[in-house]
Design a protein around this ligand. Structure first.
Ligand code: DGL
Length: 261
């Protein structure tokens, strides 16, 4: 039987936090991952650029026989979802809708913070989707443009203290807002989960990387058409060596190739 894959893409390391969840929840599924490291960070690009990158990533992944696609990138989901969801005959799962549902499920005071890239914040996608489901909810967004470049540079391994200092400075914007729930609205920020809860004790942290996997699981468990052992393939569009160093901290035994095209 021909192998069918779950395709996953992001601008870089953040998407691996979603892959990690898929591996843990759906261990028999084949996965093909693409990190568009050539164009990272997505958060500082224009909407038009993100639409172009998103389409290109999907075309690359469609070289494999895909059973589903996960947009493991909030910035793509916020800015290009509409444009691609009609264009492909494929179940497409985005991170934002799943994180919004989870945040609204756990909040008790309807005051929700969102940390995201500049372009995700500017798209207003989180605020719109939260308000559509609960018009009483109040949303406090903070754009954190430095976090993705610092994570990709390896600061989690090389200069954690500096990374924490930068994160703290962004979280200061939420002082006095009385949020009880905070969405990590960029998949890279899942890597800062512990650091964030350390700075904001008592606040419920919702990871966009993780929530989407519950929705994926609901759909794929109904199908039950995968064959063990699972195959996992990892590609990046630039600098595989740099990516590998941090990637191996997120997923063990990872082989990364540069994708051409
Ligand atoms: N991890 C991505 C996201 O969820 C992209 C971050 C970036 O490249 O700026 O938004």
């Amino acid at each position: 039987m021909k192998k069918r894959y779950i395709g996953v893409f992001d601008s870089g390391l953040g998407g691996l936090t979603t892959v990690r969840e898929i591996v843990s929840e759906l261990p028999d599924e084949n996965i093909v991952f693409l990190g568009d490291t050539l164009n990272m960070p997505y958060g500082s690009k224009t909407k038009e650029e993100i639409i172009g990158f998103t389409k290109h990533n999907i075309e690359m992944l469609r070289r494999f026989d895909l059973k589903a696609l996960v947009i493991a990138c909030n910035t793509s989901d916020a800015n290009a979802r509409m444009e691609v969801s009609q264009a492909y005959d494929l179940p497409i799962f985005g991170v934002i809708g799943s994180a919004v549902k989870e945040a609204l499920r756990v909040t008790e005071n309807n005051r929700i913070g969102v940390l995201a890239t500049d372009l995700t914040v500017r798209s207003g996608a989180y605020e719109k989707q939260i308000k559509e489901l609960n018009s009483d909810a109040q949303v406090f967004q903070v754009a954190c443009p430095l976090l993705v470049p610092l994570i990709e540079k390896g600061e989690l391994l090389d200069d954690r203290d500096h990374l924490e200092e930068v994160l703290r400075s962004y979280l200061k914007d939420l002082d006095g807002k009385n949020i009880d729930t905070l969405i990590l609205g960029c998949t890279h920020y899942d890597l800062l989960m512990e650091m964030t809860s350390g700075i904001m004790p008592g606040v419920k942290i919702v990871s966009s990387s993780r929530c989407v996997v519950n929705d994926l699981k609901d759909q794929l468990q109904a199908e039950k058409n995968c064959e063990a052992p699972a195959t996992r393939k990892f590609y990046v569009s630039s600098k595989p060596e740099r990516f590998r160093r941090m990637a191996s901290q997120i997923i063990k035994d990872i082989e990364i190739e540069k994708i051409i095209g």
